[in-house]
Design a protein around this ligand. Structure first.
Ligand SMILES: Nc1ncnc2c1ncn2[C@@H]1O[C@H](COP(=O)(O)OP(=O)(O)OP(=O)(O)O)[C@@H](O)[C@H]1O
Ligand SMILES: [Mg+2]
Length: 525
């Protein structure tokens, strides 16, 4: 017979969420066995540090999605009128998460299920008799939740910018103040909404600022804290890897031999993606895999060699600019100084929806002494509206834009690769430009499962195209060989609005005519 003490104890336990989370739910573990769920270290860390808005950057397979899903189940079961939403990266993962929640519910004691009956309203929605619900999908627009999980948001933001924005503007904006939100993911390179949000949240954390309810709390879970990530048998550790472990040691990350063997063995399979999938530190999680990227390796090298940092303006040297002039999209401008063999990128400017005059004013307003302004060849094309080329328009306004030679895109990309090892970037003033170079990638051919040879046109193209103008045009400002091109460029810039170069007989219409007559005469002979 149950005595009063037992009932009191059961009530006390059931009233304690931490007890419930460690005793009430069941999952299928990685080995495929049904086990009672108990919080592992990563789950415990997240639970202890829980805030209203949470950003979780993590190594793979630490149980983060499972934990947040079960937390939502618990919240829904033990609180009335609560709505929990889970957004997954793919349909398949949405189904997987839903099954996980349904499984945990089905394994609850019958006595509990009888007072919290569940109804499956659709393939992805569980509603309880206390009017609380959990909905799982790939986008949950127009619904209001008090608890929201966005799973693998880094992947969503990297692969589908439009969808990421929809999630941010749709689902996130419906959260009332004081709601709980978890955005969790492994990293996907140094760009995209997940990266931006994490960097912002980490900055707040590092500054020790008190967070408002609108701020995100940053959580990081590295691989080396996971006890399962170790290997008992010896694995060869290359010299590079030994140096990497020494580097970790200098950061206070002490690894056992078994952890080193595990890392070496895992690295052999993961290759370039290792730091993304199993980061040792939050900073290294953003190091991109160079797969499909044009300049990924070169920018990583620049970071490692500390060529991305503070690069101040040298008042004694000229500033050159390199442009990509957008007609219907962004215009990008790099500001460059040449210091011996070094190429200093001191500033990057990008904007859209503005006329050429805006950009000319921008460069004129900077406190620089200018050398040449390098632009892609299309500045020579005449515009339908004015009949003038953009080069002529700029010259009228006192800026001489020089057209760099028109080359195959791949030749230009090679030219960029050739100069990147001499480049020093100002980290702050060139932040967006560096992101462009780092993210500039080939198009992915879904049908054939391989990379196209041509670049993907996206937000990273503008900064990268402007940098290509720099690489292709650089000999025009440095090399003797291209002095002729430079002269030709200067000459071109002297064309009058009708496109003629007055005083130069080759360009005079009458001369052309007489040349033609001569040719005809020659033919007649
Ligand atoms: N505390 C736990 N005890 C036992 N098994 C667990 C626990 N937490 C999670 N698992 C199991 O570990 C596996 C990985 O969990 P989950 O998918 O939640 O991890 P994740 O960090 O989201 O992984 P990914 O990096 O793939 O997104 C699943 O099989 C899950 O059921
Ligand atoms: Mg997950």
């Amino acid at each position: 017979m149950t005595n009063k003490n037992d009932i009191a104890l059961a009530e006390k336990r059931l009233g304690d969420q931490f007890w419930r989370l460690n005793n009430l739910y069941y999952v299928i573990n990685k080995q495929g066995y049904k086990v009672r769920f108990e919080l592992n270290w990563a789950q415990q860390q997240l639970y202890n540090d829980l805030y209203y808005l949470n950003l979780v950057l993590k190594a793979r397979q630490l149980g983060i999605t499972t934990f947040i899903s079960l937390l939502f189940l618990d919240v829904a079961l033990f609180n009335s009128n609560v709505s929990c939403g889970i957004i997954a990266d793919t349909e398949e993962n949405a189904k997987y998460i839903f099954r996980k929640i349904k499984f945990a519910y089905d394994c609850l004691p019958d006595s509990l299920k009888s007072i919290r009956e569940a109804r499956i309203d659709s393939a992805k929605e569980l509603t309880f008799s206390n009017n609380s619900l959990i909905r799982v999908g790939t986008s949950l627009r127009s619904a209001t939740f008090q608890y929201l999980l966005i799973s693998e948001f880094g992947k969503i933001a990297a692969e589908d910018v439009k969808r990421a924005n929809e999630i941010l503007t749709g689902s996130l904006n419906t959260l009332a103040e004081g709601s709980y939100c978890f955005i969790e993911s492994t990293a996907r390179g140094r760009s995209g909404a997940f990266y931006d949000m994490c960097i912002e949240a980490k900055k707040l954390q590092d500054a020790g600022k008190k967070l408002s309810k609108m701020d995100y709390k940053f959580h990081f879970m590295p691989w080396h804290r996971e006890p399962a990530y170790k290997l008992g048998s010896y694995t060869h550790i290359s010299e590079d890897l030994q140096n990497y472990f020494l580097h970790l040691l200098s950061q206070g990350i002490i690894l056992t031999d078994e952890q080193k063997y595990w890392y070496a063995a895992k690295l052999a399979h993961q290759g370039e993606n290792m730091k993304r999938e199993f980061p040792s530190s939050a900073a290294e999680a953003w190091e991109t895999s160079n797969e499909g990227l044009y300049y990924g390796r070169q920018i990583t090298e620049a970071r490692l060699e500390k060529r991305i940092g503070s690069v101040p303006y040298d008042e004694t040297a000229l500033v050159y600019t390199a442009w990509d002039l957008g007609i219907s999209d962004s215009t990008a401008i790099w500001f460059v100084q040449l210091c011996g063999k070094e190429i200093h990128l001191i500033e990057y400017y990008e904007n859209s929806g503005e006329a050429l005059t805006h950009y000319l004013k921008y460069i004129n307003d900077r406190p620089y002494s200018y050398g040449t302004h390098l632009c892609p060849h299309d500045i020579l094309n005449r515009e339908l509206s004015s009949g003038l080329s953009r080069q002529s328009t700029a010259r009228k306004l006192g800026v001489s834009l020089i057209a760099v030679p028109r080359l195959e895109i791949q030749t230009g990309i090679d030219a960029v690769r050739n100069i990147l090892n001499r480049c020093w970037f100002d980290e702050k003033k060139c932040e967006k430009g560096i992101k462009c170079l780092e993210s500039y990638k080939k198009q992915w051919d879904d049908k054939n499962g391989c990379w196209h040879t041509s670049p993907l046109h996206d937000w990273s193209s503008h900064g990268s195209d402007a940098f290509r103008a720099l690489a292709v045009g650089l000999p025009m400002i440095t090399g003797k060989k291209s002095q002729v091109d430079l002269e030709r460029g200067k000459l071109e810039s002297q064309r009058d609005p009708s496109g003629l170069l007055p005083g130069h007989f080759l360009y005079m219409p009458e001369t052309r005519q007489s040349n033609n007559i001569n040719i005809r005469r020659n033919t007649n002979f």
